[in-house]
Design a protein around this ligand. Structure first.
Ligand code: SAM
Length: 288
């Protein structure tokens, strides 16, 4: 058997990562980067190391699912959420659910929590819940711990830092309990085809799909469309695009900031037929 294929099989078995879900080139590049760092010379040697070292298994998992993030990353998007999107939703409903999909170490959902906290201080009748999911368990553990270096808070106003964080003796910042209470973290694979809920007002899925194939990105957009309530918002990363096959599902709200809405015109029809059909014919072993 080809050396790379054998290694790939071990990655699937040991790390529970479906390699078929990623481009082969991407997986090879990430493995080569681990080989350089561990001083292993070929796939065989790296494979032997991976089988014997749990630490290396964790390292490779992190390398394959890189989770770089910070508070208020792309601050303009959060300004639009604060000034336009949440006020619009608060005018017409008092239970708002946000899904931060691919939340990494928690900075994105906590940013949403602090905005929601500030906006609902004078509207205690409004409840904003944030569902935050990721594939990477280690990243989610960090998210739940809620302890951050000063550097990751640099896009926040000093007043926001004072109100929402406690400065610890070790110089790190810990999110206060009123933020923790709003966020529910959960392991979830965006390639499973199943949404975390079907009653979502805002989905943020930013900087997650860069390594997905076009088909996987389209399937994801169809899944998000189904999970969103009518008139809900879908926010992508600045460098991400809605594929041709699915663009008619959403109406642009702010094209520059990659914010879309599920609108009246957007039923899964003609242009999205391929992706929508794949979604309809997908088998869900655990679905009742
Ligand atoms: C660069 S971070 C993005 C964090 C945040 N959304 C942001 O924009 O700052 C990408 C995250 O996507 C997660 N991810 C990658 N593939 C995933 C999948 N199939 N399901 C769920 N999360 C995934 C990674 O684990 C990683 O934490």
């Amino acid at each position: 058997m080809d050396n790379f294929l054998a290694l790939r099989r071990s990655i699937e078995r040991l790390l529970s990562i479906q390699c078929a879900n990623y481009k082969e080139d991407y997986i090879k590049r990430r493995i080569l980067s681990r080989m350089r760092l561990t001083g292993t010379r070929d796939f065989d040697e790296y494979h032997t190391l991976l089988l014997s070292s749990q630490k290396e298994q964790e390292q490779l998992r992190n390398t394959l699912t890189i989770n770089v993030t910070k508070f208020s990353r792309d601050a303009e998007v959060f300004e639009i959420i604060r000034k336009e999107i949440l006020p619009e939703l608060m005018r017409r409903k008092n239970r708002i659910r946000i899904w931060s999909a691919g939340c990494a170490t928690g900075e994105e959902p906590y940013t949403l929590a602090l905005i929601a906290h500030d906006l609902t201080r004078l509207r205690p009748d409004v409840q904003v819940t944030i569902l935050a999911t990721d594939l990477d368990r280690e990243a989610l553990e960090k998210a739940k711990a809620g302890i951050y270096h000063e550097k990751s808070l640099e896009n926040l106003e000093p007043g926001q830092v004072r109100r929402h964080f406690t400065l610890r003796k070790d110089g790190k910042y810990e999110v206060k309990s009123h933020l923790r209470e709003r966020v529910r973290f959960q392991v979830h694979d965006l390639m499973s085809g199943r949404p975390i809920s079907n009653f979502i007002d805002i989905i943020l899925c930013r900087n997650v799909t860069i390594y997905f194939t076009e088909t996987q990105k389209n399937d994801l957009a169809v899944m998000f469309h189904a999970a969103l309530l009518h008139d809900g918002y879908y926010i992508m990363g600045k460098t991400e695009f809605l594929g041709r096959e699915v663009e008619t599902l959403f109406v642009p709200y702010n094209s520059l900031q990659k914010i879309y809405r599920k609108g009246l015109r957007s039923s899964p029809g003609s242009a999205a037929t391929g992706a929508a059909n794949r979604e309809r014919t997908r088998t869900y072993p655990n679905r009742s």
